[in-house]
Design a protein around this ligand. Structure first.
Ligand code: URA
Length: 203
């Protein structure tokens, strides 16, 4: 079990934010789940049918960070359970990750209306949950599925696609969001190449 000191390294040490994250972390993963379910920190909770917390292992080697729930996810309360989820499943298979090796969470736990992009204020409101989840899940590798995940995980930083960097004490890797592969099938080959050159991070 990692110590609270180590856990607080996620997302740096900005006093108020750090305090919120520390408080959440101290409640354990089920405490964080409860806090997400009760959250009214931004207006999205008013229109969401379900909060979408995450799925997968509680001790993942690899943690994927997506963007926000879509229509299917909002209806079911499960991340990546629609078309993007099917692409994610194919990616997991291509990466040869077994069930106990991975988990997936989103930057936002509530669906933005009409699937619009998350607003900065929404990302900020949800960020203590994201940081606490990452700290408690304690993955070796954080895979950022696209630019919104990058914005939330390392604001102000631009990662090269497929080039890993040590950030917040973890290896971060930005690859394409599975939804970006649905309409541009040629990207699948590029995505496979990004995965192939990084297999050493999780194998
Ligand atoms: N896209 C995301 O980023 N997350 C989901 O859960 C579903 C689609």
């Amino acid at each position: 079990m990692v110590t609270v000191e180590k856990k607080n390294s996620d997302f740096g040490k900005k006093s108020n934010f750090e305090k919120k994250v520390r408080e959440l972390v101290e409640t354990g993963y089920s405490g964080v789940e409860e806090a997400i379910l009760a959250c009214k920190n931004c207006p999205l909770h008013e229109t969401a049918s379900n909060k979408v917390i995450g799925k997968g292992s509680r001790t993942p080697k690899v943690l994927f960070i997506g963007e926000a729930p879509g229509k299917n996810e909002d209806e079911k309360g499960i991340p990546f359970c629609g078309r993007a989820g099917k692409e994610l499943d194919k990616m997991l298979e291509y990466m040869r990750l077994s069930e106990e090796d991975w988990a997936v969470i989103n930057t936002l736990k509530c669906r933005p209306p009409e699937n619009r992009n998350p607003k900065k204020s929404e990302l900020e409101a949800c960020k203590p949950f994201l940081a606490a989840q990452i700290t408690l899940l304690d993955p070796k590798v954080v895979i950022l599925l696209g630019n919104t995940a990058e914005k939330a995980y390392c604001p102000g930083k631009k990662l090269e696609w497929g080039v890993p960097e040590e950030i917040n004490g973890r290896t971060a890797l930005k690859i394409y969001h599975p939804a970006a592969l649905i309409y541009t099938r040629s990207r699948i080959e590029t995505q496979h190449a990004l995965i192939d050159k990084n297999r050493g991070l999780w194998e």
